[in-house]
Design a protein around this ligand. Structure first.
Ligand code: ZN
Length: 418
């Protein structure tokens, strides 16, 4: 279960496990910890040898040898090329084995369902995007179940062992409970979405969990990274609404949640006191200035129409240009405020609105770059990366959370076979 404090690495599980606290010296538990450490090292630095792992994890060569053997047999790792080592005998490079397991991830967006099946290293095997007019949680769960069953039956997935399903949702999640507290742009409140989904997916095995979409996206952007991993990362999701997620730490990234799961709800920070009414009931929230729904309202675009597809041919219209420039300026203010509130090592900007390109992004990035160093003039420029097509980022991130919960959590999917 997730932690109750302001930081929690784990998203909200609905599945109980048979895990019990272990006594000190429990050999089985220690073996499991060793396998977890080995898997985590290879995951972050592909190509390590057994000798490298022994040094980095401060384990004996015999312990590493036994753990690696078990992980090879269970299909978690594979051996690669012979690596030279300084002094000692050459050793086989170890990599995650992408051929045996599958992680499922799904995002319930306000206007669409996005699904992926991916490997241990985050490679997407198959994906699907279904446009959707906002509807009830029950109808959404039934449709998502049907689409996931189709994904499970695809030839890319057949024969693989399912490790589980992560679902990303457009609103704050109750800390410690698998409950979507509120999805303001869908009008949903206190929804146990996994409970609605489960009857439609009785054959999907493994760990099930759910989280806020921006938090899932942030987690996946850090967790599936290899090599140079930033200390912390903020993902800004600019779509129908605007949210953000922050993760810190390269070992097991911690997600900032806040006491009520509201941390990162930047769309409801107020930029214009007394301004227009927001879907949350307050006035002048950031979403009233920059969000898919406020752009629709300003330009008279109906819910049934795809916002980006409708706007792309109209980017030279003066009303569209004025609306997107204003929205972009507000986005720049939000980015600068995030930089000063959280000072992450990297900011990643995604969400469907980035597909609108220059008319929205240029004013946002220009404002951010011009102002980010005023407070601390000598500070290094914080990298801001724009993902032009982030359709599956949150779904893939939810799949990453499933993997992390298995490697670091109490799941018995990583149990020893020896
Ligand atoms: Zn609001």
């Amino acid at each position: 279960m997730p932690a109750q404090g302001t930081h929690s690495a784990r998203p909200c599980h609905s599945m109980s496990t048979s895990f019990q606290p272990h006594k000190a010296g429990d050999l089985h538990f220690l073996k499991r910890l060793n396998r977890s450490a080995i898997l985590e090292l290879v995951r972050r630095t592909p190509g390590l040898t057994r000798a490298d792992i022994a040094t980095q994890a401060q384990l004996t060569k015999a312990t590493v040898g036994a753990g690696v053997q078990s992980l090879l047999q269970q299909g978690w790792l594979r051996e690669g090329e012979l690596q030279k080592s300084s002094g000692g005998r050459p050793g086989r490079a170890l990599h995650l084995n992408d051929d045996n397991h599958v992680l499922f991830g799904a995002e319930v967006g306000v206007h669409g369902l996005r699904l992926v099946a991916c490997t241990l290293s985050g490679q997407v095997l198959v994906s699907h995007h279904e446009h959707l007019v906002p509807t009830t949680p029950e109808v959404t769960a039934e449709l998502l179940g049907e689409l996931l069953r189709t994904l499970m039956a695809s030839r890319h997935v057949a024969g693989r062992q399912s490790l589980g399903l992560g679902v990303a949702l457009p609103g704050p999640i109750a800390p410690g409970k698998p409950v979507l507290r509120l999805a303001p742009n869908l009008g949903w409140r206190d929804i146990r979405f996994l409970d609605l989904l489960r009857p439609h997916l009785t054959l999907l095995e493994g760990t099930w969990l759910m989280d806020n979409e921006a938090k899932s996206a942030a987690f996946g952007e850090l967790y599936f990274r290899t090599g140079q991993i930033p200390e912390s990362l903020v993902y800004v999701s600019a779509g129908t609404g605007i949210g953000s997620g922050m993760v810190e730490g390269s070992h097991l990234p911690l997600v900032t949640r806040g006491m009520q799961g509201l941390a990162g709800e930047i769309g409801h920070t107020v930029l214009q006191p007394g301004g227009l009414y927001c879907h949350c009931g307050n006035r002048g929230c950031a979403e009233t200035l920059v969000s898919g729904w406020s752009i629709r309202a300003a330009l008279g675009i109906a819910e049934e129409e795809d916002l980006v597809a409708t706007l792309l041919p109209r980017l030279n219209d003066s009303d569209v240009q004025v609306t997107l420039r204003r929205a972009g300026e507000a986005l720049g203010v939000l980015l600068l405020n995030l930089h000063h509130a959280q000072n992450p090592s990297e900011i990643v900007l995604g969400g469907s609105l980035t597909q609108l390109g220059e008319p929205l992004l240029e004013p946002a990035l220009a404002y951010f770059k011009a102002n980010q160093n005023r407070l601390l003039g000598t500070s290094q420029q914080v990298p801001l990366r724009v993902i032009e097509d982030s359709t599956f980022v949150a779904a893939r991130g939810a799949a990453a959370q499933v993997l992390a919960s298995i490697i670091h959590g109490p799941s018995d999917l990583l149990q020893a076979s020896f």
